[in-house]
Design a protein around this ligand. Structure first.
Ligand SMILES: [Zn+2]
Length: 316
């Protein structure tokens, strides 16, 4: 939430100014950057958002991956490596989400405070689909209750790095947890509007399994858990057969995956004499544009459930 961060900063500067009026003989307030705010770097936008909400005015958070960026394929640029070297704290998802940044993140762990936020989730609540060959599914943000656990690890890590503001981080974290509770209730209420037999979610890659488990949807993705492996013709035909047989009303594109991936499925369904609509675009591994509602974790989750429910309830 950039806007909120700026508002906090403005308030902090205003309060510092007020203190100067009350205490005479006061040096002019230092610009916020010079006040020793923690320099935090996060990989995906959803983590940056949690860090900004918990850190408030005491952190300066840089996100490496913007809207539409696929974390499975992302490689650190030279600029990213410089930012990582300058960071006081680094947050990333882990569970092999940032597969091509593994080496640099591992190296940073020996010199900086680094936390893989999704790895706080207990093993018995992680999904380990057979197609991912023994590794865990990293897309934990689709289950809002699971994602709320990352607030704990971010609060804890920031408090260790800046103990003077531990109480502020705790208060911010408590407020954000309440917002996530409310969000989880919203998603449940919306999902409940769709009759159980219509709760089938078909997307370009297998990102929504936590969503399916938490909110009662059957989930099928064309590509696997990672986008690194291309979908083959057999995958497209198999999925098209499933959609035509079950007469699924809508399938969905993802903001961080090329649209043609799911359009190939739509065409294969049409070849079987059945029309399936594209129900809209979902945010899977990246959020929307900064400064818009979809550019926050809460906005992204609301967009997704509204899009899914709207498309599945629409009559053919
Ligand atoms: Zn993914």
């Amino acid at each position: 939430m950039r806007g909120k961060g700026r508002a906090w900063r403005r308030m902090a500067v205003a309060l510092a100014g007020l203190a100067c009026v009350l205490v005479t003989a006061c040096a002019p307030p230092e610009p916020p950057e010079a006040e020793g705010r923690l320099n935090v770097v996060a990989t995906i936008g959803m983590i940056r958002d949690v860090a900004e909400n918990v850190g408030g005015p005491y952190v300066n958070v840089t996100g490496l991956m913007g809207p539409g960026v696929d974390p499975h394929l992302y490689k650190a640029s030279e600029g990213d490596v410089r930012r990582l070297f300058r960071a006081d704290v680094i947050f990333y998802g882990g569970l092999h989400l940032e597969a091509r940044m593994g080496e640099v993140l591992h190296e940073m762990g020996s010199r900086t405070r680094v936390a893989a936020v999704s790895e706080v989730i207990p093993v018995d609540r992680r999904l380990a689909p057979p197609e991912f060959q023994g590794a865990y599914d990293p897309h934990v943000w689709f289950d809002v209750r699971l994602w709320a656990m990352t607030v704990d690890v971010i609060e804890h890590t920031l408090s260790q790095a800046d103990p003077a503001h531990a109480r502020d981080f705790a208060a911010n974290a408590a407020r954000y947890r309440r917002q996530l509770d409310e969000l989880d209730r919203y998603v449940r209420a919306q999902a409940a509007r769709v009759p159980p037999e219509r709760r089938v979610l078909i997307t370009a890659h297998d990102a929504f399994n936590y969503f399916g488990r938490a909110y009662g949807f059957q989930v099928r993705g064309l590509q696997g858990i990672s986008t690194a492996a291309e979908a083959g013709t057999a995958d497209v035909q198999g999925l098209a057969e499933f959609i035509a047989t079950r007469r699924i009303p809508a399938i969905f594109v993802e903001s961080s995956i090329p649209r043609r991936t799911i359009e190939a499925v739509q065409e294969a369904v049409a070849a079987r004499g059945y029309e399936v609509r594209i129900g809209g675009s979902l945010y899977s591994d990246a959020m929307g544009n900064p400064g818009t509602p979809d550019g926050t974790y809460i906005g992204m989750v609301r967009h997704n459930i509204d899009t899914i429910v709207g498309a599945l309830l629409r009559q053919p």
